[in-house]
Write a protein that binds this ligand. Structure first.
Ligand code: FER
Length: 244
């Protein structure tokens, strides 16, 4: 299935729980260089359905099977994609909407949640990369160093990939703390204490900016939730059952 964000087609998978009548829906976002079909994202969505929520896993601009080139993606484009998915879901009759995201997708879920604080009932964030705006202001992109005041046209990042300098320009101006403060509904953050892409301290600091946030620290877990996936599923399922 595709959702349109103007001329951009976004590939998405809608999956329903048993007894789907009137159920809430979670829009599930992947991270930087990732996609909706990665095992840890598929498993997180399955746990949400076990708690009675429908899930919409979507590929964002320049990722997976959606339109756009990787090098041209920005946080603004991803935020626009999420707003398009929210509009799509409302058009389908879903009124109880939640956002979930991994890493860069968790950052974008937070910013979109702050913008749509009146429409989004809760956030489920896995290893959210809240520090991307700060890293871009400091000129540090996953270990690649640039002059943050003289942004190059092209920035080499991981896996031989390049980003357009506009990625940095956009990220430098995103204020995730303000977005978190606008969001008053419940938030669950899952974060492993052996995450070496996004340090646990990033979530510990940001948790203070949400009105209603539970931070579940997962001992021995990494950025990709590959060590204790059952524990991740249990934490998600139990928290989400409490929301219904
Ligand atoms: C960065 C740190 C983390 C960054 C991106 C990420 C492009 C995203 C990680 C992920 O989504 O898994 O400095 O810059």
């Amino acid at each position: 299935m595709f959702i349109q964000d103007d001329e951009i087609r976004l590939s998405a998978v809608l999956e329903k729980p048993e007894n789907a009548e009137g159920c809430p829906l979670v829009i599930v976002l992947h991270g930087f260089t990732s996609a909706k079909d990665r095992p840890h994202t598929v498993r997180a969505a399955a746990a949400m359905r076990e708690a009675g929520f429908a899930t919409l896993r979507m590929d964002l601009y320049g990722h997976g099977e959606s339109d756009g080139e990787f090098r041209n993606h920005t946080l603004h484009k991803w935020i626009s994609n999420v707003m398009a998915a929210i509009d799509w879901a409302r058009g389908e009759g879903y009124t109880d909407l939640y956002l979930s995201g991994h890493s860069q997708g968790g950052l974008v879920a937070t910013v979109a949640g702050g913008m749509e604080a009146d429409r989004i009932r809760g956030l489920i964030l896995r290893a959210p990369a809240f520090m991307i705006p700060r890293c871009c202001r400091e000129g540090n992109l996953l270990g690649t160093h640039i002059d943050p005041k003289q942004i190059p046209d092209s920035v080499p990042v991981i896996k031989g990939l390049e980003l357009d300098g506009n990625y940095v320009r956009v990220a430098q101006t995103v204020c995730v703390e303000e977005a978190a403060e606008r969001f008053r509904n419940p938030v669950l953050i899952l974060h492993g204490d052996e995450d070496d892409t996004v340090p646990l301290s990033v979530s510990q600091e940001m948790a203070k900016h949400f009105a209603n946030c539970e931070l579940a620290v997962m001992a021995g877990e990494t950025h990709h939730f590959d060590r204790h996936p059952e524990q991740m599923e249990t934490l998600i399922r139990d928290w989400m059952r409490k929301q219904r």
